[in-house]
Design a protein around this ligand. Structure first.
Ligand code: FES
Length: 75
């Protein structure tokens, strides 16, 4: 039995779950935030639109739930 992992970013082997964790747990709100945390989009760049779609979906989801992500200026 084999399991295959679907990467959103094939260049850096980043999964959708890792991108969502970057948004939910590390307050990533932009492509650059996700790139710094996960390295997604830092290779060929073909995954940018898909990563942006995940960011947009997560931010919309948080607004619907009344959750606000905080920006940490101390780092
Ligand atoms: S697939 Fe993400 S940078 Fe190439």
């Amino acid at each position: 039995m084999s399991t295959s992992i679907k990467f959103i970013c094939n260049c850096k082997s980043v999964t959708k779950k890792e991108i969502i964790n970057a948004i939910r747990k590390n307050n990533a709100q932009t492509l650059n935030d996700v790139r710094v945390i996960t390295y997604a989009t830092s290779g060929c760049g073909r995954c940018k639109s898909e990563v942006q779609g995940i960011i947009d979906t997560e931010i919309a989801r948080s607004k619907n739930k009344g959750v606000q992500y905080r920006i940490n200026f101390t780092e």
